[in-house]
Design a protein around this ligand. Sequence first.
Ligand code: AMP
Length: 279
Amino acid sequence: MNFFEKKQELQKFLQNSEAKIGFVPTMGALHEGHLSLIDRALQENERVVVSIFVNPTQFNNKEDLQKYPRMLDADCQKIWQLNKDVIIFAPEIDDVYGEDVVSEVFDFQGLDLVMEGSFRPGHFDGVGTIVKKLFQIVQPHNAYFGEKDYQQFLIIKKMVEQTQLPVNVIPCPIIREENGLAMSSRNLRLSQTAREKSALIFRTLQKSKEMYRSGIDFNEIQQEVEKIFTQNPDFQLEYFSIANAETLQISHKKENGQTYRAFITAYIENIRLIDNIEL
Ligand code: AMP
């Protein structure tokens, strides 16, 4: 099995190979959502590298970083059950960052100023920093990202465009629990009751989509979503936004030729859950 902790060893292993490399960056605690990305990478590449690294610079909340689930052995088993040729890269912080565990400052041209960016200051600079470093180490042809973190996917696409790294950034659909809850490593921290209740998030996104499709105006959709969350006090709604699917600018009315997505972030049992849907 190919498991590397040191970037130099990984690079030595990968060098002199003409193989097309697919790359899936993760923070571990793997679930079906991650595995779907790895599966897709396996279909489209000759070699697949999965990184498992809880990146400190993208956490704006210390407690969230401390409590982030870590289960490296189980993760390796899941990956190798899928395919034993997958290469796993699980570095220590100093191997990736050296002594200065800090973010590069990017200009994501407004993509980072809304939603996750406005509620998690510095988060996307941290994401851009680690993904750029990992791209430079792995040098993949294709890299796979889940639409569950749709804003992150657009940010990475922008970073690649700006840095001109030769990587295709490929979006993959959101994988859900049977009740519709988007799979997430953070779901592990939810009680069974909260997991069941959290189906509300996707149900509300679907409702917003139905309203959008029947031509109801964005403000009315917004009010309806806020009402639903007020009626469900187990949740604290952080934001519901309808945004342009390319620029992520928050939109208040439909314009011809533009496509939109709806985004929800809400807390239940103090755990922050995010989800979104194409309208
Ligand atoms: P994370 O480990 O949370 O940083 O996620 C690693 C990658 O898996 C990111 O590209 C996520 O968007 C993606 N991902 C996480 N959850 C899901 C999901 N439920 N469906 C599809 N992709 C996901």
